[in-house]
Structure formats: C-alpha cells, structure tokens
Design a protein around this ligand. Structure first.
Ligand code: KG4
Ligand code: ZN
Length: 337
C-alpha cells in the first residue's frame, strides 16, 4: 500500500463546511466555509445549517482541490465525518462523500469527529507532536472529554461532561450577556481587560473525571437577574469582569479534573483539542504547567475549531489499516467513541 496516500477530508457535522486534502501527514489544503446565518439566532439552527452545507460543499471542494494543486483523480480515499453531529448536516457531507467515492472508484473512510479533533495533533505543521501515551482534554461546543490516547486507534474516554459542554457554557453565558453566537471567542477577548473572580460563580465538582456545567449556567443567569433588578445597566458596566469571571470558572473546572488525571495516571504528556482549545487563557495556563514537568501540546489555531484537515488525518490512519467505510452506512447523530 502507498506509504503516503492522498486523502480528501470532509467535515459537515455542525455549522462549518470544510474540505481538506492531506498527503501522509502533510496538509495540502484546508478550506473552511463558516455560516454567518446563525449569529442572529444566538445558536446553530439545524435546518439552516444543512441548507448552507448544501450550498457550500461543492464550491468548497473546488477551492480545496485547486489550492492543493491536484486533480480529483489523484485522490486515493475519501474521509468524512460520520458522527456525532447534527443529522441534516452530516447527511450532506456523507452523501457528497459517497457520490464522489462511487464516481472515482476509491474507498470511503468513516471518521469519528471527536477522535479526529485529537488526531489533529499528528498533522505535520503543528508546533509539536505528542508521544504516546498522552492525555487529551477535548473541549468543544458539543463535548468535554478527558481521553487517554495510547495510539491513533486506541483511545479511552476517562471522563466527560454529564450535561453541557465547556464550549456550550461559554456560548450560553455569552448569550446572557447579550453577546452574539458563538460567544466563546468574545468572552475570551473581553476577559483580557477584566479581573477574574470579581463575580461569584461556581461550577459543580463531581466525582472522578466528570464535568458538569449546567448548574454553573443557571448560577450566572440568577446572579445577572438579581443584579439587573438593582441596576439595569449592570452588564454594560461590568462586562470585562463578568467575562473574566465566567472564563476562569470554566477553566478552573477543566484544570481540576485534568490535574487529577495527570496525577493519577502518571502521564505527563498532555494535549488539548476542540474549539475551546483556541482560548488564549487556556493555552497560557497549559503552558504554565511545564514547570510541573508536563510536556504540553497546543494545536495550531486552524486545527482547534472544526476543520476537515483533522478528518483527513484520521482518514489517513484508517486507510493505512484498511478500515474502509460502506456505502450503506448511515450518519450517526450520537456515535459511540
Ligand atoms: O470544535 P468546535 O469548532 O465545534 C464543535 O465540535 O462543537 O467548537 C466550537 C466551540 C464553540 O462553543 C465556541 O464558542 C468555542 O468552541 N470556542 C471558544 C474559543 N474559540 C472557539 N471558546 C472559548 N474561547 C475561544 N477563544
Ligand atoms: Zn468539533
């Protein structure tokens, strides 16, 4: 089998249509078409997301192909996100993948979105590559997981959220502050000029490596309501401090469990992945752990939020082990890890 196969990656699990081409571990192109349509609704509207994927997928593929300098006939495998994600969105990517696979006579590769976030670390142009085994904190809009990664195939979820994801906690509290979707990056930005701990929010501390953010969300809501009864302009007057306090609470909770897992497992090779791994405070707090002997791996920014480069990277490993997909495989809104 060719040592450096050329794989097309297709990502359409949520509100980003992305196509990428990889040769071995080297990305030749990675194009992401976002969907501004959701901003005015304060969150992703599934029906609008699948319609936008329909409109974007062919032009995004054409740009990815042109940027790679290759022709369709050079592709050797097609990796697509089978799940987890929004069903209508997944259907667009999977149908496109199947059509192209049939037309070109090349295999399909069914990729798990959360595993792909982790495997993004193996793309060659990251600042560093984790050695196995490593611990990965995967934090996105839909998931919050602590994973022990023993090889590209062997991964074990050690703990996860029992309700909301960390990204959701950012986005929903941002909405309470009147910020547009997605609020995570805005909270991050505003927090830079605020003081953490100014406002008393609390996150539940569950057993083992479990997270919970739904009580935190409610505590922010009730606190804001109470303060606004006294002063309608409370949010405007306190926005940076509110953002810094929200951000530090979420990060404290993540580090509480990450610290525990590193200590319990003795594995000091540590990575972060998923959209929230773009958070500058999370990245600098991770860096600070080097003084405790941790070896830290921060993904390149374009591989944090949803992208098809990570899908192509995951597809590469499945191609090498001949784990090919099937034409009759249906997308899975919730896909076992
Ligand atoms: O991985 P991702 O692109 O999509 C999912 O698979 O969910 O993650 C999106 C999430 C959103 O909740 C977004 O607000 C959050 O990542 N996010 C951030 C930052 N950039 C993206 N959260 C905090 N700080 C950021 N800088
Ligand atoms: Zn994601």
């Amino acid at each position: 089998m060719n040592k450096k196969p050329i794989i097309l990656g297709i990502e359409s699990s949520c509100d980003d249509t992305s196509l990428a081409i990889i040769r071995g571990h080297t990305i030749l192109s990675n194009v992401v078409s976002g969907q501004a349509v959701h901003a005015e609704y304060g969150g992703v509207v599934p029906e609008l997301a699948s319609r936008a994927h329909q409109q974007n997928i062919v032009p995004t593929f054409e740009v990815a192909l042109a940027r790679s300098g290759l022709k369709k006939e050079d592709l050797q495998g097609i990796a697509y996100t089978r799940g987890p994600g929004l069903m209508g969105s997944l259907l667009v990517g999977s149908s496109f993948a199947k059509g192209l696979s049939l037309a070109l006579g090349i295999p399909l590769l069914e990729v798990h979105h959360m595993r792909a976030h982790i495997l993004a670390h193996l793309i060659s142009d990251n600042a560093s590559t984790p050695q196995f085994p490593f611990i990965c904190l995967t934090v996105s809009g839909g998931h919050t997981q602590l994973v022990k990664v023993s090889s590209p195939e062997e991964m074990k979820v050690m703990g996860e959220t029992i309700d909301d994801a960390a990204g959701e906690a950012f986005d929903k509290t941002a909405k309470m502050l009147g910020l547009p979707y997605p609020g995570g990056p805005l909270i991050n930005k505003l927090a830079q000029s605020g003081t953490a701990g100014t406002h008393p929010f609390k996150v539940a501390d569950l057993k083992d490596y479990q997270f919970s953010f739904s009580g935190f969300k409610t505590s922010v809501l009730y606190y804001l309501r109470k303060q606004m009864e006294k002063d309608q302009a409370f949010i405007q007057k306190n926005l940076p401090d509110l953002c810094a306090s929200i951000q530090s609470c979420i990060l404290d909770s993540l580090f509480n469990k990450l610290d525990k897992l590193v200590k319990d497992s003795g594995i000091k090779e540590v990575a972060i992945a998923g959209g929230v791994s773009a958070n500058s405070e999370l990245r600098s707090r991770m860096k600070a752990k080097e003084k405790d002997g941790w070896t830290i791996h921060l993904p390149k920014f374009e591989y944090c939020t949803d992208n098809a480069a990570m899908i192509a990277m995951a597809g590469y490993y499945q191609y090498q082990s001949a784990s090919f997909g099937k034409l009759d495989a249906v997308p899975l809104a919730s896909m076992p890890f």
